[in-house]
Design a protein around this ligand. Structure first.
Ligand code: DOR
Ligand code: ZN
Ligand code: ZN
Length: 421
């Protein structure tokens, strides 16, 4: 096969950074080695930079269609690509919710040719779901056991268990918002501590316990794990696990306002610190941003009325890369949790720099750190709790060999494709 393009420099391959030349053809990596000849175009990144596989975010809410005042597929994927995220998996709580093939196909045509990175669209697990028809069209399914934005709760065993059985029989992975709605209280709230009182850790534990009781060892992914105990239960059941940055960063006594209102809730300092050490130790499978944009006006309303959700698509991975730069997190852990595992767990040919994988590549100068400036972020929601935090952004980002970001600025076009056609 003719090699169209060769990128050369210090490259992340099988857990190590070493000099390599990457041959690309038709958007795919075709060869990786010390010497790759040919290529109409050759790019030498120089000795001070590194090449990583693009990141894949297994959990975003881009609000398109139906809530595009908060975000749309163009703005959401613009935020993604500036963070080195070359593929996003979008949740089904859009309007109307993605519960059947017709709605899914409508959503696919609504966003076609508007994405700046590749994407997959989840379908929601509902009672009476036609899982067999949906499965070839989605990277996975999403089950909501606790109420949150969008009304697609499925938490009663009589309905949930047969639907989940049908979904898992397709072989696709099912991501779960694991908070048992029976243990969630709806009392009035004035701050994140009240929100935490209404959504106790037991809700997370009971949801995982119930899934483990019926579906141990199945292809289930527990989203936004908030407690070390929940993490242990999920791992013991053979489920994969996902963690957000906000549950690793924030705690109820310092982060009290509706900006930090999110489901599941942020918890107390001791819990946060214990979760963070498990994360650093490498006990979590994936980082998912759970990017949940709501407008600044909505988040500024009274606590009880404000919607739950924190935006994080453009800030999470740059802050993780700052942890890598500062020596707090091994680079192997970052690449495993943000590239290799999300792609492998959802069966997508990305996340590694190896022949046969999509040429989603990003280039970093790990000496350059900057402060997050909320005004410069690309999400339509216009707010972020991460202003002023240190971050390392990628200099160059490629999606299937096409340069989308150069010198940290978007220079591409909306070439994003659905990973499930
Ligand atoms: O806080 C949340 N916001 N949790 C969810 O599960 C959904 C999300 C949203 O879509 O706003
Ligand atoms: Zn959730
Ligand atoms: Zn979510």
């Amino acid at each position: 096969m003719d090699i169209e393009k060769v990128i050369q420099g210090r490259t992340y391959i099988d857990g190590e950074l070493r000099y390599a030349e990457i041959g690309i053809s038709e958007g795919r990596i075709v060869t990786v080695g010390r010497l790759v000849s040919g290529g109409d175009e050759r790019v030498d990144i120089g000795s001070s930079k590194i090449i990583l596989p693009g990141f894949m975010d297994p959990h975003v809410h881009l609000r398109d269609p139906g809530m595009t005042a908060k975000e749309d597929f163009g703005t959401g994927t613009m935020a993604a690509v500036h963070a080195g995220v070359t593929c996003v998996l979008d949740m089904p709580n859009t309007r109307p919710p993605v519960t059947d093939v017709e709605t899914l196909m409508d959503k696919k045509s609504a966003i076609r040719r508007r994405a700046n990175v590749d994407y997959g669209l989840f379908a929601a697990v509902t009672s009476g779901i036609n899982a067999g028809m949906l499965a070839p069209l989605v990277p996975g399914f999403k089950l909501f056991m606790g109420s949150t934005t969008g009304n697609i709760l499925l938490n009663e065993d009589e309905e949930m268990i047969p639907s989940v059985r049908d979904v898992l029989a397709t072989g696709k992975r099912m991501s779960v918002h694991a908070e048992d709605d029976h243990l969630i209280s709806k009392e009035a709230e004035h701050c994140t501590r009240d929100h935490l009182r209404n959504r106790p850790a037991e809700a997370e534990w009971n949801a995982i316990r119930r899934l483990a009781g019926s579906f141990k060892g199945s292809r289930i992914n527990i989203c936004h794990i908030t407690t070390p105990e929940g993490l242990d239960m999920a791992k013991a059941a053979g489920f994969t696990t996902e963690v957000t940055l906000h549950h690793l960063m924030f705690e109820v006594d310092r982060n009290t306002t509706a900006e930090y209102k999110v489901n599941p809730p942020i918890r107390d300092l001791d819990n946060r610190d214990r979760l963070f050490s498990r994360f650093i130790k490498g006990d979590v499978d994936m980082i998912g941003t759970d990017h949940a944009p709501h407008t600044a006006e909505e988040k500024a309303s009274e606590f009880d009325a404000a919607p739950g959700g924190i935006p994080g698509l453009e800030t999470t991975m740059p802050m993780i890369m700052e942890m890598v730069r500062a020596g707090r997190l091994p680079i192997q852990a970052a690449v495993r949790m943000a590239s290799e595992n999300p792609a492998a767990n959802f069966g997508i040919r990305k996340g590694r720099i190896a022949p046969g994988y999509d040429a989603d590549l990003q280039i970093y100068d790990m000496r350059i750190t900057s402060e997050i400036d909320v005004r410069r972020l690309h999400s339509k929601c216009g707010h972020s709790p991460y202003g002023g935090y240190a971050a390392v952004f990628p200099e160059t980002v490629m999606v299937r060999g096409e340069v989308q970001v150069e010198d940290g600025e978007f220079c591409g076009e909306p070439l994003g494709r659905d990973v499930c056609g």
